[in-house]
Ligand binder design. Sequence first.
Ligand code: HEC
Ligand code: HEC
Length: 149
Amino acid sequence: MKNCKRLLFVLFILSAFQVTAEPINPILKSEINEEVAAPPIGKTLNTDLKQKRNYPMQPPLIPHQTRDYQVNIKVNKCMSCHSRSRTEESQAPMVSVTHFMDRDGNFLAEISPRRYFCEQCHVTQSDVKPVVENTFVDIDSMLKKTGKE
Ligand code: HEC
Ligand code: HEC
């Protein structure tokens, strides 16, 4: 009898945590135990045009597709166009000087290991509807709104 009461108490507590409104996986719009087809992957923008940066320290977005560009211990496809010695031929912008700095601010002869895996910071874009709403406002718009510009 005592155990039964305890069980009822636990069930009561658990029921208080039940949320039923949104599906658990908002990207697939399904419950976690349901198997649904994955949404199609958006087409990568390949415009070759610079896109606006939202804040000064933002790594520039990649304006070209990067499918099958390998970056591993042996090869770095990105550097075959973006390294200092290849830019004349590729007409790609050179990785900036920060990419040669170690964490103490010393300049190395080669790309710094901290900057080796380019797609840690640089990403391509797709022309798709955002999965979640984004309310980011950049500093210029914010200053304009408060009339402090
Ligand atoms: C075949 C040469 C080539 C390869 C390989 C390549 N890029 Fe590029 N990249 C370019 C060129 C050329 C541009 C200039 C814009 C354009 O023409 O697309 C560019 C532009 C960029 C820019 C924009 C720079 C800015 O100032 O706006 C970024 C970031 C970038 N590439 C990152 C990468 C990354 C990361 C990889 C590897 C996954 C990569 N690129 C591989 C040629 C290349
Ligand atoms: C830890 C983050 C990070 C990684 C990793 C990284 N970058 Fe960047 N990159 C940045 C930031 C931030 C900027 C803009 C400020 C600057 O130049 O440092 C930038 C700028 C650039 C630019 C524009 C340079 C210019 O002068 O306009 C290119 C091209 C670029 N990166 C390519 C690459 C490539 C290729 C790799 C891989 C070999 C790479 N980056 C790795 C953060 C990163």
